[in-house]
Ligand binder design. Structure first.
Ligand code: HSE
Length: 437
């Protein structure tokens, strides 16, 4: 049969991996698809490098528009990244009737509704397995493997850079800036690692998974985002003594009145598998009502792992090309006319979770009683407590409290009162905690 003709926009790390894997495994992929998948055109500003990488086997240009408008191209692979030119090219490819495969989570999390709507109108597909969890087939699992389930919640380690930094802080006892420097030296973090360490990259990925899990619009702006820049090694060590590890989690949970959508550092019991995901690895834990918990683990970034996801999408699209558009697997898992705004994303005040609280209190009679009374007044129940002399201050103690689940509203109100006590020094450190059971 005729090959499926692919136009590749960007042959950097992921594009290079895609070229390499699709070439190396061409025979096996053709046996699976029934037709060859051939990258016939490559657009990259560095045409010399693109020619060298493709060895003359594809037409190379520095004009990406020539690819999105080429009538001979069936699928455009967008690996440029960002929301600027990438958005225009994706929309142009769709307008010219192309199917699109992209790894661009930032683009889809912020402009996904517009892009998916344009593709729907044109009867084309936008596939994005590589946008979430690198090589882990989590999008396929949510869209197809778990289709029988009502998804209840997802908790994911979906940013390798921050997971590496937190692992280094725990293993080596180093502080955030030196762990970040290690991540950069190892090539994990970008030169500007803001999106990683501030939790934005994880929020992009979580936003897409939430839309697919609950049949809601893609709403990055409604996601609560707190990164790891303020994480103090002291809290990682206290958490460890209490049987927990600190992870940057993306959590989305269906509640009766809406959906929680949040990224923040979070204590997880050390015994959970996900707590033991270390270094740059990613893992996503999905709770479905029928299947229970399932865990997806693997490389969340990197040239060939991400290429693995890009090519899986290419194979899917190649198979879909011959199917009637009305009977395709819907890109966001729900039929487009069934995406509902009835389930709003909840404000953070209404989120229910457990908390780790560290406060420095005067070591005097009745001080702890004042704190527990304030918590009791807000109906916050204490799960565990630890007291430790900080060593650098006389007549003071670090008190760490773990709470049972309560609302963010209640805990914030209680903490404002605790911080107002004359016996409390400085701010109370608040970390959220999920038992994930
Ligand atoms: N910067 C991401 C991470 C990889 O550190 O996981 C690409 O999504």
């Amino acid at each position: 049969m005729d090959p499926i003709r692919i136009g590749l926009l960007g042959i950097g790390t992921v594009g290079g991996g895609t070229w390499e894997v699709i070439t190396r495994n061409a025979e096996e992929i053709t046996r699976r698809v029934g037709r060859p998948l051939t990258i016939t055109r490559i657009a990259d500003l560095d045409t010399a490098r693109a020619r060298e990488m493709s060895g003359g086997a594809a037409d190379v240009t520095d004009d990406a528009w020539a690819v999105t408008r080429d009538p001979d191209i069936d699928i455009v692979v967008e690996l440029i990244g960002g929301y600027g030119i990438a958005k225009d090219l994706v929309l142009d490819a769709i307008a010219h009737g192309k199917h699109v495969v992209t790894a661009n989570k930032a683009l889809l999390a912020t402009h996904g509704d517009e892009i998916f709507a344009a593709a729907h109108d044109k009867g084309t597909v936008v596939a994005f397995e590589a946008a979430v969890g690198g090589g882990i087939p989590i999008i396929k699992a949510l869209r197809e493997g778990l289709v029988a389930n009502r998804i209840e919640w997802i908790a994911g380690i979906i940013n390798g850079t921050t997971n590496f930094i937190l692992s280094e802080m725990r293993d080596k006892g180093v502080d955030f800036p030196s762990a970040l420097a290690d991540a950069q030296a190892n090539g994990y973090a970008e030169a500007d690692p803001t999106f990683d360490v501030e939790g934005v990259d994880a929020a992009h990925k979580l936003t897409l998974m939430a839309a697919m899990s609950f049949g809601i619009p893609v709403q990055f702006d409604a996601c609560f985002v707190e990164g790891i820049t303020k994480v103090d090694g002291t809290d990682i060590r206290y958490a460890e003594r209490l049987g927990y590890r600190l992870k940057l989690l993306g959590i989305t949970r269906r509640r009766e009145n809406g959906v929680e959508l949040r990224v923040h550092p979070c204590l997880v019991p050390s015994a959970r598998l996900i707590a033991n995901v270390e270094g740059v690895m990613n893992a996503v834990l999905v709770q479905g009502d029928a299947v229970g918990p399932t865990l997806y683990y693997g490389a969340g970034a990197g040239s060939e792992p991400t290429a693995s996801a890009v090519i899986a999408d290419l194979v899917d699209v190649a198979r879909l090309i011959s199917a009637d558009p009305g009977h395709r697997v819907p890109v966001l898992a729900f039929q487009p006319d069934q995406v509902s705004s009835d389930l709003p994303v909840l404000p953070m005040d209404d989120v229910v979770t457990s908390y780790y609280l560290r406060m420095r209190l005067a070591d005097e009679p009745g001080v702890l009683a004042d704190v527990t009374r304030i918590l009791a007044d807000e109906r916050v129940s204490i799960d565990a407590a630890l007291q430790q002399e900080p060593g650098d201050e006389e007549n003071a103690a670090d008190i760490v409290l773990l709470t049972h689940p309560t609302t963010e509203r209640a805990i914030r109100s209680a903490l404002a009162k605790v911080e107002g006590l004359p016996t409390c020094t400085g701010e109370v450190v608040l970390l959220r905690m999920e038992k994930l059971s």
